[in-house]
Design a protein around this ligand. Structure first.
Ligand SMILES: O=C(O)CCC(=O)C(=O)O
Ligand SMILES: [Fe+2]
Length: 322
């Protein structure tokens, strides 16, 4: 280990250190945290496993409105029913799982409008992701939880940790296999079915037993436009929604690039979407990852052409995309 570090050091002397470290996935991601004034939020998230980043540090209100309108349109199309923020809803003809009373999830939102692509370049969200993933995170799923009066996970509040785990329920210690965030598209209050967290449970590195520490769960109350960011090991669920109207979010679930994603991205991201977004977007979607091949096989030589991930994808990779 010491030897490897020494070799790197020699290279560092003759090349630009930042660039070299960045290429090795060890960029100074904390500089971005500092630039955005997020140090305190990152520290809090490390300690208690979750943090609320206020709207003014996340996105302008017009952006949030545009996003929310689009989510409501998608909900209407997929369910065949109408939606308004202050009315309760129904799943209509929508049959996705899980089928809970008072709630459903809208999946695969990236392909539902440009506003979702724009979200994936949000500096605050990406800085927090990179705080945990050091440039090695990829989008696992982009979903929207739609909850209305009656939405309820029962007495356990549905407490769980998001990190994929073996049957034993033990979780890796670094807490950087996955991280997650809920962008609030409506106000979150306890009565409105706020997300619930057990502060510090991220340090236990295991799943909760049913009902364990449910009395310590706190409701995260946050105004619309807030970003609730949380790491993969923290125990969370939600309080029952007791009020009329909708609780809406956009949930950006990220995993380390060595893991399987929940939703299908990689080669399934259309070429034109890659061309109109920055190179980091392609990386975040695993578009430069040779895995997941069909009969044509791995095509490693094409993928090896993208050695500098700050550059746009080369033609050899773009032509692999529909
Ligand atoms: O807000 C909820 O209902 C639970 C959210 C959750 O478990 C998640 O986003 O991973
Ligand atoms: Fe979760």
């Amino acid at each position: 280990m010491a030897e490897a570090t020494d070799i790197r050091k020699q290279e560092v002397d003759i090349q630009d250190e930042d660039e070299l470290l960045m290429r090795m996935g060890r960029g100074d991601y904390e500089a971005e945290i500092r630039d955005l004034g997020l140090e305190e939020y990152a520290r809090t998230c490390d300690e208690q496993g979750f943090v609320v980043i206020p709207p003014e540090k996340v996105a302008p209100p017009e952006f949030i409105e545009r996003l929310r309108d689009r989510v409501l349109e998608v909900a209407e199309r997929r369910t065949g029913t109408s939606f308004s923020l202050d009315a309760n809803a129904s799943s209509g003809k929508y049959r996705s799982e899980p089928q809970n009373e008072g709630q459903f999830l809208l999946y695969y939102m990236l392909f539902e409008g440009r506003v979702f692509e724009e979200w994936l370049s949000n500096r605050t969200m990406k800085a927090m992701v990179n705080h945990y993933m050091r440039g090695e995170g990829q989008l696992s799923s982009l979903t929207s939880f739609v909850k209305w009066k009656g939405g309820d996970y029962g007495e356990t509040l549905g407490l769980h940790a998001d990190t994929p785990r073996p049957l034993s329920g033990t979780l890796p210690e670094g807490c950087n296999d996955v991280c997650n965030s809920a962008l609030c598209l409506t106000d979150y209050t306890k009565e409105d079915g706020a997300i619930a967290f057990v502060p510090g449970s991220n340090k236990l590195c295991r799943m909760p037993e049913p009902g364990e520490r449910v009395d310590e769960a706190v409701a995260v109350e946050a105004p619309v436009g807030s970003l609730i960011f949380f790491n993969g090991n923290v125990w969370h669920g939600a309080f029952p929604k007791k009020t009329d109207g909708l609780r809406l979010n956009l949930t950006t679930y990220v995993c380390h690039q060595r893991l399987k994603t929940q939703e299908q991205y990689q080669r399934h991201v259309p070429r034109e979407m890659l061309e109109r977004n920055p190179p980091e977007f392609a990386r975040f979607l695993g578009a430069g990852d040779p895995m997941g091949w069909a009969e044509i096989g791995p095509q490693f030589s094409r993928y090896a052409k993208w050695t500098d991930e700050t550059h746009p994808l080369p033609e050899e990779i773009l032509e692999m995309h529909p």
